[in-house]
Design a protein around this ligand. Structure first.
Ligand code: NDP
Length: 810
């Protein structure tokens, strides 16, 4: 081809990146071992797996296939390393993380080449997006390590963390997991995805070069069934962090239920890309390219559902087809291609299957006229129009370069369509009208919302899902809390078992924190029959008879019947959840108004302080001084959350772009809560107050043993202007009712303060809609102590952070 020909056709020539450096590195190292205790180790099984280059379909490397014995060895050394790593000053850990960031930059090109070879991503993306973001993540978290002592005072690392990552962003997901874990003083055992282990193994070399203490970072390659499951089930792992499919996430939720392991899950998505008729359509087209053809569409937050205002749909589709015709699918190491290879033949087949299904479902398929390379695993960019919202392709995560388009007429319809998914990972909103865009962004149920942009990531801004996209955040300050626990939990566990290096048992009560034993006379029991005051349930702002028609007795310490409460059942819980949903307007009211109502509850409680104290004594046998203290702390706690209501506000991040990211804590929605038995009033107030302060509505199961303190609150609530349905109270058997709440698909979070078995039950039952859970595993708190009974830990559980990205400038 002559220069003149090139000028005539304006065809790109190939611009290949040299593969030699990557291939030489592979040759020099294979077969790859496991990185355990700072050394390379042969797998116990003696088995190896083949890693394939998706761009050619040819074998690339042999990687160790570990088994549970290797996982055990890695966890053991990680535990040992934790004893000293967790105690290093923040500055020392910051130095190590800084060294990792520098190491990544020094090996950036090799990492980029390895990632493209192993995963099939275009080198342009690995070189300009993945690897720079990885380095940034380590720099950013070096900063948090440095600041931990001052900015996370009162928090301690969780211990040994098991991390399981997918193949779509192998090194970036590793960074998202390892950087915050190490910064907060944990040690890690990480399992890469079986298709893409190489960049993690190069990272292990960088860890070694950085002079890390042995055992702090361990990389164990292998199959899900051998390594992944062993890690999830290992009794000495304190936390699992997982990114991958919702199905596997659900299995992990079930497998870890009741184990006491902390869990964060970053799962699938079917993210809406919403285009209003006043959007700049040319920018929209480029946005769509980034949304769904970045990384071949194998992106958990890919904008895979294009929702377009009807009057511009035809125009936008025409522009999009024209752009698709010019996209270039080709060899991942060619710098002039837009779309690389699909990671494996299995994934390719799955994409094709779903595309065929889309055609069968009656949608209109469009693909460019050119053909993909035949060697390797490639799929062309694909557009479906005439898609009905209920069809498979509109609902399931295709995880390939396939866009499904639907239309809407009004902004309300756009929101409805956007939220018509079981997922909630991300969304983007396109409009030149900032008022409209900022009105729509908070209405979409998703962890990240990009305004006039898409697929932007930065270490400073948390990322994670709503609904079945999982829970927990990665990045930002909020992401750090996935890797710490309140220091008092660790201290309590250490006091119980000084040999435990990690404080694995949360929430144990120590002699110091335990409530005083009764040593004074009890206030009540005049020997006369109690005046009958059988409270009903409290649903939708009214007292409601229990559906069962049964009551349950409440007995005082001398086994004397002191009252009866309704025996709530499944139907009562359903009614309460419905009432809580109807009260969702609570969340959109002002924080000032919510604060006023919390103050009002405190005021009305204070008027009846003596009566409430007496009731506590009557039910628990605790002395009057103690009971009075409980009421006083409950009043103070209501004040605390009234104060927090308009002060727990989120932050503005300044990532490296012209613009800002608003990190807004949003209410979870409806929170189910089983209150602790101890401190019947304070336990109830300590859970309900932060939840409603943040705009949630609640269905509370009061103390099973001593429910009367909560039922006595009915009148307080009625006289405090709490809107109907914001607080619903169902008395009865805690575990039976908790299970119903945990299984309920319209309950967004479940808090459980009861037995270990009950905690397990709740975690298992929550896997249905992947609701976030917070359970105590039978370890009581000292609710009187501010450190344990109130504060930001509660507010964080009551909210999920939405990051709204707003670039600016012409
Ligand atoms: P998986 O969820 O199966 O894999 C993710 C990671 O989990 C891998 O490291 C995998 O190991 C490991 N794993 C799998 N099963 C278990 C288990 N039971 N216990 C512990 N670890 C386990 O995703 P796939 O790779 O199979 O992809 C399937 C689909 O998942 C995709 O088509 C896509 O829809 C979705 N997906 C979503 C991602 C996201 O970021 N949201 C990322 C990847 C996939 P191994 O690699 O050895 O199997």
């Amino acid at each position: 081809m002559t220069v003149m020909d090139i000028f005539k056709t304006m065809e790109y020539g190939p611009a290949p990146e040299a593969a030699e450096a990557g291939l030489d590195w592979i040759k020099a190292h294979q077969p790859f071992g496991l990185f355990i205790n700072g050394k390379w180790k042969k797998p116990a099984s003696g088995q190896y797996m083949e890693s394939v280059n998706p761009g050619s379909g040819k074998a690339l490397a042999r990687v160790a296939a570990a088994n549970s014995a290797d996982v055990d060895a890695a966890v053991t050394v990680a535990r040992k390393a934790f004893t000293s790593w967790g105690k290093l000053p923040g500055h020392a850990r910051a130095r190590y993380l800084y060294a990792l960031a520098r190491g990544i930059q020094k090996h950036a090109r090799l990492l980029a080449v390895l990632e493209s070879l192993d995963n099939g991503k275009p080198i342009r993306e690995t070189r300009d997006i993945d690897i720079p973001l990885v380095a940034r993540h380590f720099y950013y978290h070096a900063g948090w390590a440095q600041l931990m002592e001052s900015e996370l005072a009162g928090y301690a690392p969780v211990g040994v963390v098991g991390q399981i990552i997918p193949w779509n962003f192998p090194l970036l997901m590793l960074a998202w997991k390892i950087a915050p874990a190490l910064a907060m003083g944990n040690t890690v055992v990480l399992k890469p995805a079986r298709y893409t282990s190489l960049s993690a193994l190069k990272f292990a070399e960088i860890v070694h070069e950085a002079g890390f203490p042995a055992g702090v970072v361990n990389i164990v390659t292998g199959e899900a069934s051998a390594v992944g499951e062993a890690l999830v089930n290992h009794p000495d792992v304190n936390k699992i962090a997982f990114t991958g499919s919702t199905e596997v996430g659900r299995n992990i939720r079930r497998a870890t239920a009741g184990s006491g392991k902390k869990l964060s899950l970053e799962l699938g998505g079917k993210s809406p890309f919403v285009v209003f008729d006043d959007a700049d359509l040319d920018s929209v087209v480029e946005g769509v390219v980034d949304a769904i053809w970045f990384n071949q569409g194998q992106v958990c937050c890919a904008g895979s559902r294009l929702l377009v205002q009807e009057n511009v749909a035809v125009r936008l589709f025409a522009k999009l087809r024209a752009r698709m015709e010019h996209l270039r699918v080709g060899k991942p190491l060619d710098k002039a291609i837009d779309i690389g290879a699909i990671v494996s033949p299995g994934q390719l087949k799955e994409i094709q299957r779903l595309v065929d299904q889309g055609v069968q479902e009656g949608a209109t398929l469009w693909q460019p006229s050119w053909a993909c390379p035949t060697e390797g695993y490639f799929f062309p960019p694909t557009l479906f129009t005439n898609v009905s919202p209920a069809t498979t392709i509109a609902q399931v995560e295709i995880f390939g370069p396939v866009l499904v388009a639907m239309t809407f007429r009004t902004p309300a319809e756009a929101v409805e369509l956007a939220n018509n998914t079981r997922y909630g990972l991300a969304a983007s909103v396109w409009s030149e009208n900032i008022n409209l865009a900022l009105d729509i962004a908070p209405k979409i149920k998703a962890g990240s919302v990009w305004v006039n942009c898409t697929n932007l990531f930065d270490a400073s801004s948390g990322f994670g899902g709503y609904r079945e996209s999982g829970f927990g955040r990665e990045g930002g300050k909020e992401g750090l809390f996935e890797y710490v626990k309140p220091a008092w939990e660790r201290d309590a566990a250490l006091a119980q078992d000084p040999s435990s290096s990690d404080g694995h048992q949360p929430g144990a009560v120590t002699a110091e924190t335990a409530p005083e034993e009764a040593d004074e006379e009890i206030l009540v029991d005049d020997g006369l029959p109690a005046i009958d005051r059988t409270p009903k349930l409290y649903i939708g702002g009214k007292q409601a008879r229990p559906d069962s028609g049964y009551s349950r007795g409440v007995y005082g310490p001398q086994k004397r019947l002191i009252g009866q409460v309704g025996e709530g059942n499944r139907k009562d819980i359903r009614n309460a959840v419905e009432a809580a949903h109807k009260a969702s307007g609570w969340a959109v009211g002002t924080a000032h108004n919510r604060a006023q109502i919390l103050y009002y509850i405190a005021e009305n409680l204070a008027v009846r302080e003596q009566e409430f104290a007496r009731r506590i004594s009557e039910q628990t046998g605790r002395v009057s001084r103690d009971a009075q203290a409980e009421v006083q702390v409950a009043i103070s706690r209501l004040f605390s959350y009234a104060a927090w209501t308009d002060k727990y506000e989120g932050v503005v991040h300044r990532p490296p772009l012209r613009g800002a990211v608003l990190a807004l804590p949003e209410p979870m929605g409806v929170i189910g809560m089983a209150c602790p038995d101890e401190y019947p009033l304070l336990g109830f107030i300590s859970l309900v107050a932060p939840a409603i302060a943040m705009g949630n509505t609640v269905v509370a199961i009061p103390s099973q043993q001593a429910p009367l303190s909560a039922t006595d609150c009915y009148q307080v609530l009625e006289t405090s202007d709490v809107p109907a349905g914001v607080i619903n109270i169902v008395t009865g058997e805690r575990d039976v009712l908790s299970k119903v709440l945990a299984e309920h698909d319209d309950v967004e979070a479940m808090w459980y303060f009861g037995s270990r078995e009950g905690g397990k039950l709740v975690e298992l039952a929550s896997a249905g809609n992947m609701k976030r859970t917070w359970v105590s595993y039978g370890h009581p708190r000292n609710w009187l102590a501010r450190e344990q009974g109130e504060g930001q830990e509660f507010l964080r559980e009551a909210t999920q952070v939405k990051n709204i990205w707003i670039p600016y400038g012409e």
